[in-house]
Design a protein around this ligand. Structure first.
Ligand SMILES: [Cu+2]
Length: 177
């Protein structure tokens, strides 16, 4: 692990902690009175364009990127794509634990993490019914997620099963011309 990436991971964990605190105290990161409104306002959950691209279709795919899930890790944990590429993430989970893969910016990840935690608390299945930017991958299974990257910058991929991101299950896509 190079230092740059380590630094990035540490910063993101710190930011995630801040986001949780901000939401808990109704700070500027939340700013929404009702849970329903928060759900609708979640970036990346509408199925359309987001600040980090939009879902792609099979006929648009530029190339495949294979991501392998470990006990609490993604391999690789950093991916570079070219601006305008449509990537089919082939997400393998040979581990013994169910995981998930959410593509998104920090706000999307924080919102999704909260949603997953609430589902787990209620004993509900942690499935994904909106957006196309997240997929559950059960132990021993492989899933695909197609995403079109038309915004330069970086996009995170996190596992938001409660406790997994905090244990280091995160990665980053760098999108550059
Ligand atoms: Cu996980």
């Amino acid at each position: 692990m190079d230092f740059t990436h380590f630094h990035s991971r540490a910063c993101r964990l710190a930011l995630a902690a801040f986001a949780v605190v901000a939401v808990a105290f109704g700070g500027p990161a939340s700013g929404l009175a009702h849970e329903d409104e928060a759900m609708e306002a979640m970036p990346g959950m509408s199925g359309g364009a987001t600040a980090f691209g939009h879902p792609g279709t099979a006929d648009q795919v530029s190339r495949d990127v294979v991501i392998t899930m470990g006990d609490m890790s993604f391999s690789p944990s950093a991916v570079r794509v070219k601006l305008g590429e449509t990537i089919r993430f082939v997400i393998r989970n040979p581990s013994a634990i169910d995981h998930e893969f959410t593509l998104g910016d920090a706000a999307t990840q924080a919102a999704h993490r909260q949603e997953m935690a609430e589902a787990a608390e209620k004993g509900m299945p942690m499935h994904h019914h909106h957006g196309g930017n997240a997929v559950m991958v059960a132990a021993g299974q492989t899933q695909a997620l197609i995403w079109h990257f038309d915004v330069a910058g970086s996009v995170d991929y996190d596992c938001n099963v409660p406790g997994h991101f905090e244990s280091g299950m995160l990665g980053i896509v760098t999108v550059a011309p």
